[in-house]
Design a protein. Structure first.
Length: 405
């Protein structure tokens, strides 16, 4: 830790002087995530004291209260528009805090790591993506539509303004980039299409009834084309988020291995990646969840976990919106073990993953940008107590962290 503190101060000085390289900036931001807040404050004071010894100035300094307020904003990384930093300006002690704040609001991809024992004080840091070329890029839009006659259409090949016309459907890419799926008048009520995302692929689209769907990697959605004529039926595997268009006369029913969900209009997430722990999270509205064991009505902010035997456990979650972080570009690990982390990375980077180490069941908590190339992701794993090595399209994750006492 002493070496980290020394490196931290050296990097801060280089940042202020405008001599910090991209790799050093990445390291600085990483240290900001792992050095405790109290130590950061002490290091800030030490840096100012060192400069006061070397430079004479009549400039007025900030009060202690002002310093405290600005440090807190730096640590919390308030959501403000990024402001340009002129690193070549002469540095005076009273400008240090503004310069540090400027460092943390640069437009880099956000990574959040937190201590489980202090989850209420998350630290947000930035990670530069100007790294050497990685061997693997993160997932992007990639999906295949299978029609009722077995024809295959690569949805990611449809450009803005283009459309694909089938015998009973049309798909249009809107200026927003969203795919709109439209049923034609000659469609039959029982006709079905399926959309698949492979490992390393995601997609979002609008169904014929106006409902919006986001499909995570290695997932599928099967739906009936005749949504205008009958109940709206979909089947899901993997993970999907739904924003269902309200239609009082037509039910919207989601089927999966755990059972089915019946809704009229709502927002909810379905995760079926783990057979023993199917998860349904309700953000808005109301849904009726039916399993082999029982039927329950869910209300907003509830999370349902359905076991392989159909048994359902309900819990109220104040952080229910976190289940959608995958849709917003983040990995969100909550009480996860190394195998769950491995599964997520395998789907996202389209690699085989193996886990080693005797502490593989250690709980892991953290939030990391999904926009990182694999090389940067491997660096971030170190701050989750994991060590990642990639070779020949295989990722090895070694658990370094000891389990809690």
């Amino acid at each position: 830790m002493q070496d980290d503190n020394k490196t931290f101060i050296q990097l801060l000085k280089k940042q202020i002087n405008g001599t910090l390289s991209d790799d050093e900036l990445f390291l600085l931001n990483t240290l900001l995530a792992v050095i405790p807040e109290t130590e950061q404050r002490a290091l800030f004071d030490k840096l100012i004291d060192e400069h006061l010894d070397a430079v004479e100035t009549n400039d007025q300094y900030l009060s202690k209260e002002e310093e405290e307020a600005i440090i807190q904003r730096i640590i919390e990384n308030e959501d403000k528009d990024p402001k340009p930093c002129n690193q070549r300006n002469q540095w005076f002690p009273y400008k240090w805090f503004a310069a540090a704040a400027c460092l943390l609001v640069l437009g880099y991809s956000t990574i959040t790591l937190w201590n489980r024992n202090a989850a209420s004080t998350e630290k947000v840091v930035s990670a530069s993506l100007n790294a050497p070329n990685a061997s693997l890029n993160p997932a992007g839009e990639k999906a295949i539509l299978t029609t009722e006659d077995g024809s295959l259409i690569a949805l990611d090949s449809i450009k803005v303004g283009e459309d694909v016309l089938g015998s009973n459907f049309k798909i249009v890419r809107m200026p927003s980039g969203e795919l709109h799926y439209q049923s034609l008048s000659n469609v039959t009520a029982d006709a079905k299409h399926m959309i698949n995302t492979p490992k390393g692929g995601i997609v979002n689209f609008v169904l014929p009834d106006g409902s919006k769907v986001w499909l995570n990697a290695a997932s599928s959605l099967t739906f009936n084309l005749g949504m205008q004529q009958a109940d709206r039926l979909v089947e899901v595997t993997g993970e999907a988020y739904f924003e269902v268009a309200k239609r009082k006369a037509q039910k919207f029913i989601v089927k999966s291995l755990f059972g089915e969900i019946e809704v009229l209009g709502t927002k909810f997430n379905v995760n079926t990646y783990v057979r023993q722990q199917n998860k349904i999270a309700l953000l808005e509205g109301s849904i009726r969840l039916k399993t082999a064991k029982a039927a329950v009505r869910m209300i907003p902010s509830q999370l349902a976990v359905v076991g392989a035997n159909g048994k359902t456990e309900l819990a109220h979650r104040t952080d229910i919106a976190d289940v959608l972080l995958w849709k917003d570009g983040f990995f969100n690990f909550q009480d996860a073990d190394a195998y769950q982390v491995a599964d997520e990375l395998s789907r996202w980077y389209k690699v085989d993953v193996a886990v080693t180490g005797s502490n593989s069941n250690h709980e892991i908590n953290g939030k990391i940008s999904r926009d990182l190339e694999l090389s940067k992701m491997l660096e971030m794993l170190g701050y989750l107590g994991l060590e990642g090595k990639y070779k020949s399209n295989k990722l090895i994750i070694n658990v370094k962290m000891k389990p809690p006492m």
